[in-house]
Design a protein around this ligand. Structure first.
Ligand code: GLN
Length: 225
């Protein structure tokens, strides 16, 4: 059976576990809160929750988890939500001085708190590519969310697939004139077995993203030759 770990150093980890436990029996994995390298070792996949990415990186470093996490993303499926998405980025532009430790694994460049301080949090109905019942919009909750600045990709990495974009009319006037193909409109994407969402699917009762991760990333990876 699959064991999905949820990194439990800081942030909204309990909500992810609850969402996984609500999945239908056929897709419901075992879950494990991960705070140590030994716990990470037992997982077949991992979710990195939202919270505060610098704090999470600092605690991961102190817990001796940073290197094991970097090794983990090289072989197993990982999904990062919000702060987790920042940590999984290959490159991050920070609003504060000084760099921050990253885990990497998804070939994108993101910016922390990318919508600026005027728009701290908002909700947006999204259409998600490949999601069950795709006509039913997914109400996404954004809280001091990062934005995607660039899909970097590489010759040896799997292709990056955009799963959802923010409808431009929901953006403040200064931003709503941006090109619809601007990477900043991308709020959910997938690269190989990894998933990145700049919003928080664990904070709503709609569990389709968790179901998507389990079926399309975790189970698909376990069945791959
Ligand atoms: N702004 C936070 C950070 O930079 C992320 C916010 C969140 O996860 N809700 O880490």
């Amino acid at each position: 059976q699959q064991v999905i770990g949820v990194l439990a150093l800081q942030g909204a980890f309990a909500e992810h576990v609850n969402a996984l436990k609500r999945l239908p029996m056929s897709a419901r994995p075992r879950t494990l809160l991960v705070r140590t390298p030994a716990e990470l070792e037992q997982c077949t996949a991992l979710i990195i929750p939202g919270g505060e990415s610098t704090t999470m990186a600092l605690v991961a470093h102190r817990s001796g988890l940073l290197e094991p996490l970097r090794a983990f993303v090289k072989t197993r499926p990982v999904w990062g939500t919000c702060a987790g998405a920042i940590l999984l980025s290959e490159e991050v532009v920070s609003t504060k001085q000084g760099g921050q430790e990253l885990i990497g694994g998804i070939e994108v460049k993101t910016a922390r708190n990318g919508w600026g301080s005027q728009i701290e949090s908002f909700e947006a109905p999204l259409r998600i590519q490949g999601m069950d019942d795709s006509k039913r919009q997914f109400v996404a909750v954004f809280i001091r969310a990062p934005v995607v600045l660039e899909l970097k990709g590489s010759a040896n990495g799997p292709p990056i697939e955009v799963l959802a974009r923010l409808p431009l009319h929901l953006l403040p006037p200064a931003l709503s004139t941006m090109d619809p193909s601007d990477p900043r409109t991308i709020v959910a994407l997938r690269q190989g077995k990894h998933l990145l969402t700049t919003f928080h699917p664990e904070l709503t009762k709609d569990d389709r993203f968790h179901d998507f991760f389990v079926r399309h990333c975790v189970l698909a990876d376990a069945q791959a030759p």
